[in-house]
Design a protein around this ligand. Structure first.
Ligand code: ATP
Ligand code: MG
Length: 391
């Protein structure tokens, strides 16, 4: 019995004239991922990408795992393919469905006919399929309201497909369709999630990470690189640019009022991230800030950090609670790495009483004590780059 994967498009079905461009991006992304795991035949029709293993070495589950990380699909179903006539459909249903219904007490059958020339209408196909299932599994009961499993029959252009439920796709729009953005990536819970969310909206990601060796360790850096790798499984290639803030932090501590340390540091981060963005052609910054989460994430503090950049700063987590952010971190598998207890440059030299309602003019006055341009130029020279690519 021939099995296939149906990956159904999400939002791109709403696209107008340039829909083809989005479909191409999606298909290319999927094809490149599949190449890493086996040989598959890929075709597309009717807002669906069809994937079929070409030999015994190419596993259907591997392909499903790949598909679930591709932005642009809303659902992924493993289905059996049969000819478009009722005899074939019912025979296939009797053979294919029993193992998939083994743990269920109730089910319903639901048919969808995108080929309107098919002789029977959807309710008739559903009823016949339900009947066929009951013939081979007489203990099952039909429950149209809350079935344990919904069996679906889809009558499409060239064939009929039978499956027993879909897995959720990653949603979003195809990787790379929105342009490039620079993620400020720390080792925390939030920034990997922020990167994931913008990648889901089509951003190609680059990342900048600031460290402060020897106040931060090699292991702290490894952790951040591991996070980038995990996010890249969804977003595709990420280059991480690591910049040392050691000199800047040591100078800040010697020169400026303690209550302004964090704000001044964050302004350096924004400026250095902007410079790095310019170098690589990224058109926006992304941070994992959430309003009011810490002293540097009040409205006023965010205002003073935004003041030093002239490119858009995206904060996809700004209105989210920590619990909601953690839920996504768990889903994308970054949480366990994020909570490893290594230090971040933001957590060294932290002021006891940071300013929570800073005035921009006062922050600027503190900053005027420093040779900002020289410190920045020196920091930029410390940059090293690490690349994580899926294909
Ligand atoms: P996270 O959980 O992502 O570390 P956080 O709640 O700890 O966030 P902050 O430390 O104030 O918050 O950082 C806010 C944002 O600033 C982070 O989400 C990240 O985008 C950026 N950031 C913080 N530290 C660094 C760093 N060392 N390198 C790069 N970006 C950083
Ligand atoms: Mg942090």
């Amino acid at each position: 019995m021939k099995e296939i994967i149906l990956c159904k498009y999400g939002e791109i079905v709403l696209k107008g004239l340039n829909r083809g461009h989005f479909e191409n991006l999606l298909e290319q992304d999927m094809r490149k991922r599949l190449k890493k795991v086996g040989s598959y035949h890929v075709t597309r029709a009717q807002s669906t990408l069809y994937i079929e293993p070409l030999d015994d070495f190419s596993d259907i589950e591997d392909a499903i795992r790949c598909a679930k990380k591709v932005f642009g699909f809303v659902s992924i179903s493993r289905a059996c393919v049969c000819e478009k006539n009722m005899d074939s459909i019912l025979a296939a249903a009797k053979e294919y469905l029993p193992p998939l219904l083994a743990g269920a007490k109730t089910f319903k059958a639901e048919a969808k006919r995108s080929d309107k020339t098919f002789a029977l209408k959807s309710p008739e196909i559903s009823a016949l399929t339900g009947g066929a299932v009951l013939e081979v599994m007489p203990r099952l009961k039909v429950d149209v309201n809350h079935p344990d499993v919904t069996v679906r029959v889809e009558i499409r252009e060239t064939a009929a497909y039978i499956h027993a439920g879909a897995e959720k796709g990653a949603g979003g729009i195809p990787a790379g369709c929105a342009g490039k953005a620079m993620l400020l990536l720390s080792g925390g819970i939030d920034s990997p999630v922020a990167g994931y969310m913008m990648a889901k909206r089509g951003c190609t990601l680059e990342a900048v990470h600031f460290e402060s060796f020897p106040y931060t360790s090699e292991r702290a850096r490894e952790k951040v690189l591991e996070l980038a790798k995990l996010v890249s499984e969804y977003s595709g290639k990420i280059r991480v640019h690591v910049i040392s803030l050691t000199k800047i932090q040591e100078t800040l501590v010697k020169t400026c009022e303690e209550e302004y340390f964090t704000l001044l540091l964050r302004r350096f981060m924004m400026r250095l991230a902007t410079k790095t963005a310019r170098q690589v052609g990224a058109e926006a910054l992304i941070t994992g800030e959430s309003l009011g989460q810490v002293a540097s994430q009040t409205l006023q503090a965010i205002g003073t950090t935004d003041a030093v950049t002239d490119i858009p700063v995206f904060r996809p987590l700004i209105g989210m609670d920590k619990e909601e952010i953690i839920q996504i971190a768990r889903k994308i598998d970054t949480f366990e790495t994020s909570i490893l207890p290594y230090e971040d440059c933001c957590t060294v030299f932290t002021p006891k009483h940071p300013k929570t309602k800073p005035e921009l003019c006062k922050v600027e006055a503190e900053e005027a004590k420093l040779d900002v341009a020289a410190l920045e130029a020196e920091a930029m020279l410390t940059m090293t780059t690490h690349t994580f690519a899926l294909y």
